[in-house]
Design a protein around this ligand. Structure first.
Ligand SMILES: O=C(O)CCC(=O)C(=O)O
Ligand SMILES: [Fe+2]
Length: 240
């Protein structure tokens, strides 16, 4: 039952629901994503471009550009229902963001999307995958279950392994709900490219800019001013 799933979400800080979205819908969005990145960056099937470009993750906000097909996920009654069960009444949608990573890019280092000290201020990542995440391509989603309860990501080497980490391989049509305070990262992309789309939401009363400051193991970074607001390397301790 969907209610049981939300209990699981609050225990673990994440939840995976396979086959949440229809294949045809994923195919349509995937085509639009490839069209967009192809138009912006030249032929994206030209691997040399990606090999030479220094792009890591390239974001795209399709709903801000009026690409209506992306509204379909936003308005999906099942997605609204599970979001409401997790976040409670009055939650709101923040934005949808497609994240594109080219071959040879590093993925994302361990982070929390927003500072965990304000326990009630957090974003909910509602991640959808329009293509399978597979070991041959890379870009796996790695996280440490249960770390969403106000635990700050320890300072230290960005490329560490944690004892209790798990690795997810979401399939096309899978929904992953992930608490913004839960420690997570994206592994390097070895295959041609990797795509995910995040429909971020937040509980009632959460500041809209809650994800402005991201916590990495070596720093806290403020996106709006493009500045390091805390150098954490100095306070690094060995992680387990
Ligand atoms: O692309 C993913 O699988 C997760 C990306 C991420 O860290 C996020 O959306 O906050
Ligand atoms: Fe994140």
């Amino acid at each position: 039952m969907v209610e049981d799933l939300t209990v699981k979400f609050w225990e673990d800080g994440y939840l995976v629901v396979e086959n949440f979205f229809a294949e045809e819908c994923m195919d349509e969005l995937h085509r639009l994503i490839l069209d967009h990145f192809g138009a912006v960056h030249g032929s994206m099937l030209n691997e040399e471009f990606w090999d030479k470009s220094k792009c890591e993750i390239v974001p795209w906000f399709p709903q801000r550009e009026g690409v209506d097909a992306f509204d379909r996920i936003e308005n999906d009654p099942e997605l609204k229902n599970i979001t409401e069960l997790v976040l409670g009444a009055g939650w709101y949608s923040q934005y949808s963001m497609v994240m594109f990573s080219a071959k040879g890019t590093k993925g994302q280092a361990w982070h929390q999307d927003c500072p965990p000290e304000a326990r009630n201020d957090f974003n909910l990542n509602r991640l959808i995958y329009t293509r399978d995440i597979v070991p041959e391509i890379g870009g796996e989603l790695r996280l440490v279950p249960g770390t969403h309860r106000g635990q700050v990501l320890p300072a230290g080497d960005p490329d560490v392994d944690f004892k209790d980490q798990i690795t997810l391989y979401p399939k096309k049509g899978t929904l992953v709900l992930l608490h913004g305070h839960c420690w997570h990262r994206v592994l390097p992309v070895d295959g041609p490219y990797r795509v995910s789309t995040n429909y971020r939401a937040a509980p009632k009363g959460t500041p809209e800019d809650v994800t402005d400051v991201c916590v990495y193991r070596n720093m806290r970074y403020r996106f709006s001013t493009k500045s390091v607001i805390e150098d954490r390397a100095a306070s690094a301790v060995e992680a387990d």
